[in-house]
Design a protein around this ligand. Structure first.
Ligand SMILES: *Cc1c(COP(=O)(O)O)cnc(C)c1O
Length: 447
């Protein structure tokens, strides 16, 4: 029997699979691509066509597909232990991973609580914050402040602190509203202003909210340095340092959602390092398993842990997920951290990110482009469209044209961005930059 073709699989998929983040009717024009295998930055469909994964498969893949080291580690782990419950039991991968991550924060965030996806990590941080305040005798502190345009996931608690109208609207009646503070997005700079001035204004707005509501506010949640889903909105690190100071002054926890920007994406292993501060809670997911397996965690400080440590079971943090601390996922994460160390990835990425920026200079200088920007291994710019209402159509046309030219690249509205795996060579960078520009030319000429 012949292997199914990409078209066969796409047709079957559309009869049985409900795809995420998709108006399924749109697939009438553009069927899903059936991926058969992957290697390095490349994905190959069932017909052998290739696609360069320029967005790391939704920002998760750090060291390429079917990475030899992570594969070997997982095969070894499979033969030892695939899974065991983490209540009442423990295992080496989860212990070693927690120790390693704690060490990466200089043991400032020495306690790791595990889940499987990013939204769950956000839920855990929100619940831990409220419960810690309650255990400390501050039961009125149950509200949250989030940042305009921020994204923290799609489960109800996470969506409650997410400011994306499109994702929220149908469920508004189920959500507990959060306070929304002004965004430090450097693109909001007025004439003569820089990122620092925008950050200062956003901090002033945050202070206004904390002044009014500090008796009720449990935590401020932020995506440090880059609000990714908002369209790679980048801000000054001083904003994060300023938030830390405000949270200390007004008695609120600081939750750093590093699900997208963590694991080296921002240029440092944790984005918060660039602000020189640690949050009370730090959420990790996406890249932590190298893009192999669902894994998320919340790292927190010893004083938070101590607020739950008691003879009374009700003061404990009783949250759980079936696959908490899955050994395979933890082993993939451990190997990911080992690659960072052995291959000096953060240093190497500095050169790679600069090479990317240089190669993208012609596009950055294109008159149809605005606000080219970069933080670590995230490069972004905004297409100038005659009518902003065309952003959705631009994004779809771009993704379609990119796929025709061997490129997996899906703009967010009119924001075109690259978030590639950390394994590109000089040739990959040149090829990628040229292809992106070609696709952009084609899409803009057709508009
Ligand atoms: C992706 C993302 C999440 C949600 O993670 P899921 O694994 O998709 O639930 C939360 N916060 C940020 C900043 C993200 O980028």
């Amino acid at each position: 029997m012949n292997a199914p073709t990409s078209m066969d699989l796409a047709a079957r998929s559309l009869r049985s699979v409900w795809h995420p983040c998709t108006q399924m009717r749109r697939h009438e024009d553009m069927p899903p691509i059936a991926v058969a295998r992957g290697h390095g930055p490349w994905l190959y469909d069932a017909d052998g066509r290739r696609y360069f994964d320029a967005i790391s498969s939704w920002w998760v893949n750090l060291f390429g597909h079917t990475n030899a080291r992570i594969n070997r580690a997982l095969v070894d782990q499979l033969e030892r232990l695939e899974h065991a419950m983490l209540a009442g039991f423990t295992h080496e991968p989860v212990v070693a991973l927690s120790e390693k991550l704690s060490a990466l924060t200089g043991h400032a965030l020495g306690r790791c609580f595990y889940a499987s996806d990013g939204a769950s990590a956000v839920e855990i941080a929100l619940k831990m914050s409220v419960h810690a305040w309650r255990n400390a005798g501050h039961g009125a502190k149950t509200e949250f402040i989030c940042v305009a345009g921020g994204y923290h996931g799609e489960t109800l608690g996470a969506l409650g602190v997410t400011d994306t109208a499109l994702f929220r609207a149908p469920y508004e009646s189920m959500l507990r509203p959060a306070h929304i503070a002004a965004s430090p997005d450097a693109r909001h700079a007025l004439p003569g202003e820089g990122a620092a001035e925008v950050a200062a204004r956003a901090l002033a707005d945050m202070e206004r909210l904390l002044q009014e509501r500090h008796g009720q506010v449990a935590a401020v949640i932020v995506e440090p340095l880059v609000q990714c889903a908002a369209g790679m909105a980048m801000h000054d690190a001083a904003y994060v340092a300023g938030l830390r100071a405000l949270c200390d002054a007004y008695g609120a926890h600081l939750i750093a959602d590093e699900i997208a920007v963590g694991c080296g994406r921002s240029g440092s292993f944790f984005a918060c390092e660039q602000a020189g501060v640690w949050p009370d809670f730090l959420c990790l997911s996406k890249g932590i398993s190298g893009g192999y397996l669902p894994l998320s965690l919340v790292m927190t400080q010893e004083y938070v842990y101590q607020a739950f440590y008691d003879d009374d079971v009700r003061r404990g943090f009783l949250h759980s997920h079936s696959y908490t601390g899955n050994p395979l996922a933890c082993r993939a994460a451990l190997e990911t951290l080992a690659i960072f160390e052995d291959e000096q990835v953060l240093e190497r990425n500095r050169g790679l990110a600069q090479a990317m920026e240089r190669a993208l200079q012609p596009l950055a200088q294109d008159a149809r482009i605005a606000r080219p920007r970069r933080t670590g291994m995230i490069w972004a710019c905004d297409a100038r469209l005659d009518d902003p209402a065309d952003a959705g159509a631009f994004s779809r046309r771009f993704a379609q044209e990119a796929a025709r030219r061997e490129l997996l690249l899906r703009p967010i509205g009119n924001t075109l961005y690259l978030m590639p795996p950390y394994i590109l060579g000089e040739e990959d960078v040149q090829w990628l930059a040229a292809r992106v520009h070609e696709v952009f030319d084609t899409v803009m000429e057709a508009a």
